[in-house]
Design a binder for this molecule. Structure first.
Ligand code: PEP
Length: 248
């Protein structure tokens, strides 16, 4: 069973002042917690957060990257740039990127490859909308999103990747998948990877994301195929984020 990873996704929140206070709380509480911990922060704060996290067990991540290595892509940020700030992780294919910025499965796959080429572990987000769940196509949607990356990156790439199952209807809504609903999709994802390589499938971290909070984390994290959490709202309150880390 892989070591659990709890990662905070700050989204477009924070300021130099707020970050300093939040990080101080996270770092002081992270000592001795028995899981991997990361915070995925907005680009302008990478330098600040890198400095604060240096020498601590908390790893740094970003929330997005360009699929291109360099060139005329105004406003974009490359994997090599993230590597300059010692990013260990980068989120790819978050549902907000897919829905608000029209990122396609192919583009997400290219971002996944770009991250790994720079030595950064991608956190690949997969998940269905409410309409898709209600239409009974959850597995088909997750399979399509996963297969798009497998086709480009290959199964071996998943030895160095994290997957986050994030039902879109549970992100930021206060609605959480039941442990049984989440476990079923996590098992489906692991099983699909196992069709290619059972050892890689057994070792890949599959996080759950979607309104995970101190009150529901322990039950979700006790499911056999839930190896951590990708945390939005609760990652903005140090005590809540740490409570989830302790539950892991
Ligand atoms: C997320 O943004 O990835 C997320 C899971 O958000 P929240 O925890 O707020 O639902």
């Amino acid at each position: 069973m892989p070591r659990k990873l709890v990662a905070g996704n700050w989204k477009m929140h924070g300021s130099l002042t707020d970050n300093a206070a939040l990080l101080a709380g996270v770092v002081s509480g992270a000592q001795g917690v028995n899981c991997d911990i990361a915070v995925c922060v907005p680009f302008p704060y990478l330098s600040q957060v890198q400095q604060v996290l240096s020498g601590t067990p908390v790893r740094l991540g970003a929330q997005n990257l360009s699929e291109h290595a360099k060139g005329a892509y105004t406003g974009e940020v490359s994997a090599a740039m993230l590597k300059d700030f010692a990013c260990a992780y980068v989120i790819v294919g978050h549902s907000e990127r897919r829905s608000l910025y029209a990122e396609s499965d192919a583009q997400v796959a290219a971002k996944f490859v770009a991250a790994q080429a720079a030595g950064i572990t991608p956190i690949l987000c997969l998940g269905e909308s409410l309409q898709e769940r209600e239409s009974g196509v959850t597995e088909a949607v997750v399979a399509r999103q996963l297969d798009a990356v497998l086709a480009v990156a290959g199964i071996a790439a998943f030895a160095n990747a994290v997957i986050a199952y994030e039902p879109v209807w549970a992100i930021g809504t206060g609605l959480t998948a039941t442990p049984e609903q989440a476990q079923a999709v996590h098992a489906f994802i692991r099983g699909r990877l196992a069709q290619h390589d059972s050892a890689i499938a057994a070792n890949v971290v599959i996080q759950y994301g979607g309104s995970m909070k101190p009150g529901n984390a322990a039950e979700l994290l006790s499911q056999p195929d839930i190896d951590g959490g990708l945390i939005g709202g609760a990652a903005l309150v140090a005590e809540d984020f740490l409570a989830i880390c302790r539950a892991a």
